[in-house]
Design a protein around this ligand. Structure first.
Ligand SMILES: Nc1ncnc2c1ncn2[C@@H]1O[C@H](COP(=O)(O)OP(=O)(O)OP(=O)(O)O)[C@@H](O)[C@H]1O
Ligand SMILES: [Mg+2]
Length: 252
C-alpha cells in the first residue's frame, strides 16, 4: 500500500503538490491523469524516494519512507518496476545489454543465465530478433517494450509504475503497450500509469486520479470521470478529441 499523507512538494519556489493525500493498494490499477506540468512524474519520483516532500509523510507498506536514507530506499524501490517517461533505454548499449543491465547490477547470474533470461524476456514481447540492435534502430513501440521488460528483469515487482507509456506512439503500438501492461498485471499485480491520454487510461485502469493545481480534483471510477461536471475535466476530455466522452455516460 502506498499512502501520501498531506504531501507538499516544490521545486525551489515552484509549488507542485499542495497537501496531497491518497492511498493505493498494490493490487489496484490506477491511472493518474492531468495536464502537462501538474506533477504526475513528481508523484512517481516521491513514491520511489527519488524526491523528498517538503512536508507530509509517504508510507510504503506501512514503512514511513520520508526520512529514509539511500541504502534503505534501495530495498523499497525493488518492490516497484518503473518505466520512466524519457530516456528509458541506454542509447550506447544494445538491447541485450540494456535488459541485462539490472541482472548484472542486482543478481549473481552467470553470463549464460543472463543470456537465457534476456532472451526469455524479449521473446515474451516478440523481440528476441532485436537482441543485438541498438536503441536507435528500434521503433518507438519496440523501444517501450524493451524498456518495460528491462524494468522487471531483476525483480518480481509488487507493483508496476509507468510514466506515459504510450506517449508518442501510433494507436496500434499504443494498443500493443496497453495489452502488455494488462498482461503483466493479469495475476493481480497492480500498477499506476501516469498519462494524459484518457483513451489509454480507460483501457487500462479501474481507478482514476485527476490532478489539478497540486491537488486531486477527482478520484474515482470511470463513471465518475465521465459524469463529472467539473469544467477542468470536461476541457481535458475535449482537448483530447474525444467529444463523445464529455459529461456523457457512454460506456467504453
Ligand atoms: N527538476 C526540476 N526542477 C525544476 N522544476 C521542475 C523539475 N522537474 C519538474 N519541474 C516542474 O514541476 C512541475 C511538475 O513537473 P512534472 O514533471 O511532475 O509534471 P508532469 O505532470 O509529469 O508533466 P508532463 O505531463 O509534461 O510529463 C512542472 O511545472 C515542471 O516544469
Ligand atoms: Mg511527466
Amino acid at each position: 500500500m502506498i499512502t501520501f499523507d498531506r504531501v507538499s512538494f516544490s521545486y525551489g519556489s515552484r509549488p507542485v503538490l499542495n497537501g496531497m493525500s491518497f492511498s493505493i493498494e498494490e493490487t489496484e490499477r490506477v491511472a493518474i491523469l492531468g495536464g502537462s506540468g501538474e506533477g504526475k512524474t513528481t508523484i512517481l519520483k516521491l513514491i520511489l524516494g527519488l524526491l523528498k516532500p517538503d512536508s507530509g509523510r509517504i508510507w510504503i507498506d506501512g514503512i514511513d519512507i520520508t526520512e529514509k536514507k539511500e541504502e534503505e530506499l534501495r530495498e523499497i524501490r525493488t518492490k516497484f518496476s518503473i518505466v520512466f517517461q524519457e530516456g528509458a533505454l541506454f542509447d550506447s548499449l544494445t538491447v541485450k545489454e540494456n535488459v541485462a543491465f539490472p541482472l548484472r547490477e542486482y543478481t549473481q547470474m552467470s553470463e549464460e543465465e543472463i543470456d537465457q533470461k534476456v532472451r526469455e524476456l524479449l521473446r515474451r514481447v516478440g523481440l528476441e530478433e532485436a537482441i543485438d540492435l541498438m536503441p536507435e534502430e528500434l521503433s518507438g513501440g519496440m523501444h517501450r517494450r524493451v524498456a518495460i521488460m528491462r524494468s522487471l528483469a531483476a525483480f518480481e515487482p509488487r507493483m508496476f509504475l509507468y510514466d506515459e507509456p504510450t506517449s508518442g506512439l501510433d494507436p496500434v503500438n499504443a494498443n500493443i503497450i496497453c495489452e502488455l501492461i494488462l498482461n503483466l498485471s493479469s495475476k493481480g499485480t497492480g500498477f499506476i500509469v501516469v498519462t494524459h491520454k484518457v483513451f489509454d487510461a480507460f483501457k487500462l485502469a479501474d481507478r482514476f486520479m485527476f490532478l489539478k493545481s497540486g491537488t486531486i480534483l477527482l478520484d474515482g471510477d470511470r463513471e465518475r470521470i465521465l459524469q463529472s461536471d467539473l469544467s477542468e475535466i470536461k476541457i481535458f476530455l475535449k482537448e483530447l478529441h474525444f467529444p463523445q466522452f464529455q459529461g456523457g455516460t457512454r460506456n467504453v
